[in-house]
Write a protein that binds this ligand. Structure first.
Ligand code: SF4
Ligand code: SF4
Ligand code: FES
Length: 481
């Protein structure tokens, strides 16, 4: 294990590590644009220069991201020579970069902006006009590119070659005429992981079309959550309005309780630093029309009345069956089990199946099971496919996805669902339930890893939480949740 000294601190590196890796692992910061811990090292931006002491007392300057550690090495990350070189590099990188931070979605999260203030902070020394390039160039129907902002770090290109393997992006032309472009075969448009390039672009060159100019990032705050899009259960941040930046204009209230964007929440045990595009599109999935009113045979009812009616149907049933949701949290599933025990014969169903056109499964993250908690549900209720006995006289259906045609015609139906769907009105009792953004909980993914999600919005009035609803449905004389 080579030992080296960085800024006077002796550290032990792993054999084969670069100075950048060893420094990062020991909490010593060296700036970088093109380096990314999960990508190959092109060494093209030169911002990561560090000084290395020479035997004669001199100091040579080299990039940290491509320099292997060696025994006895003495490294400086902040010497006069290093500061001068970094400043010159920043002058060079910003030579043709437009000063449009005021209208750039990356402002507030931009490495170039931060490094400019940290390592340069002065006006451009160039007397030449900036080279112009294409702005608002559509790379795909999801991503727009501003070539003037691009610093040619090639992170996006390497991502499509090394991680998503679509080979969807490349650089064309040379020098200050270099442009990132999508391959002509459409592979970038079909790359199920393409939106990760938005996160890893160190500047505001690659932007999400669905989030474009929607909010300054400092208007938003993240809530840790789990993508329910498949049984991988990627951990994500759901970004939504901070209370102090709530919109007050008429008609804008819904925007205060909606997810504006989704980004990966790095998790080595599940998804690393990536998510697929389906995870980015969660605002659409979570923003579907909600069911907010309980019903008795399709007629609106108040929540306590609907719960009382459901409770008496369950109590009176001789052969009750439950179809359990694979979108229920571990807490809700446990509450169901504790409330009903073996009183109901339970089967776990897939609430969601693959949609036409979506990638069903691949070797990176995407799983064929499009439900987040099949593992948690089947651990408690077994993995038999739903088979409703013909003599079932009550079927309690929890969540989406069951074909109501499979329910014996004479059986009573108690239905719990969060969304506005035609089946709701066909149930004897319909009870609207909360969704993932309105409660805390955990899902267990296909590999047995359990991840937490947290509440970011209040549930609508008239909607029940399944975790407290189940004891109320099972208990004689139980109250409303
Ligand atoms: S678009 Fe962004 S990630 Fe891609 S090369 Fe340019 S600066 Fe780098
Ligand atoms: S791989 Fe699955 S869990 Fe991860 S972001 Fe995509 S759909 Fe969501
Ligand atoms: S981070 Fe080392 S050269 Fe770019």
């Amino acid at each position: 294990m080579p030992r080296l000294t960085i800024d006077g601190r002796e550290i032990e590196a792993k054999a084969g590590q670069t100075v950048m890796e060893a420094a990062t692992e020991h909490g010593i910061f060296i700036p970088y644009f093109c380096w990314h811990p999960k990508l190959s090292v092109p060494g093209n931006c030169r911002i990561c220069v560090v000084g290395v002491a020479e035997k004669d007392g001199g100091e040579w300057v080299e990039i940290a991201c491509n320099m292997p550690v060696s025994e006895g090495m003495v490294v400086f990350t902040n010497s006069e020579k290093v500061r001068a070189r970094r400043k010159a590099t920043m002058q060079f990188i910003t030579l043709n970069h437009p000063v449009d931070c005021g209208i750039c979605d990356k402002a507030g999260e931009c490495t170039l902006q931060d490094y400019h203030y940290e390592y340069n902070g002065e006006r451009s020394v160039s007397v030449d006009a900036k080279v112009h390039a294409t702005k608002h160039y559509a790379l795909s129907n999801r991503i727009v590119l501003d070539n003037e902002r691009c610093i040619q770090c090639t992170r996006c290109v390497r991502f499509t070659r090394e991680i998503s393997k679509s080979n969807g992006l490349g650089l064309v032309n040379r020098a200050d005429h270099s442009l990132v472009r999508a391959a002509e075969d459409g592979s970038f448009a079909n790359d199920a992981y393409s939106d990760n390039v938005i996160d890893i672009c160190p500047v505001g060159a690659l932007l999400s079309r669905s989030f474009l100019h929607k909010a300054r990032v400092w208007y938003l705050e993240p809530t840790a959550s789990v993508c329910p899009g498949c049984s991988r259960g990627c951990t994500v941040n759901l970004w939504h309005r901070r209370p102090e930046w709530r919109l007050k204009a008429p008609g804008m209230q819904a925007a205060n309780a909606s997810v504006d964007r989704v980004t990966p929440l790095e998790n080595p045990a599940v998804n690393g630093p990536w998510i697929c595009n389906k995870g980015r599109d969660l605002p659409k999935l979570l923003g579907r029309a909600r069911a907010e009113v309980a019903m008795l045979k399709g007629k609106p009812a108040d929540l306590p009345g609907a719960i009382a009616q459901a409770r008496s149907l369950v109590a009176a049933a001789r052969r009750p069956v439950a179809i359990v949701s694979s979108w229920g949290s571990n807490e809700e599933l446990a509450a169901f089990k504790a409330a009903f025990g073996t009183r109901l014969e339970a089967f776990v169903k897939a609430d969601h199946l693959p949609e036409p056109g979506e990638v069903v499964e691949d070797s990176l993250l995407i799983r064929a099971d499009k439900n987040p908690n099949t593992a948690g549900a089947t651990a408690l209720f077994g993995d038999r496919a739903p088979a409703i006995p013909k003599d079932a006289d009550l079927v309690l259906v929890w969540g989406e996805g069951l074909d109501f045609g499979l329910i014996p015609p004479a059986a009573k139906i108690v239905y719990l669902n969060a969304w506005l769907q035609p089946e709701n009105g066909h149930a004897d009792v319909f009870i609207p339930t909360s969704i993932q953004t309105e409660r805390d909980g955990h899902y267990t993914n296909f590999a047995g890893v359990t991840s937490a999600f947290s509440k970011c919005f209040a549930k609508p009035a008239g909607v029940a939480d399944a975790e407290t609803l189940f004891p109320a449905l099972a208990a004689a004389g139980g109250g409303a949740p």
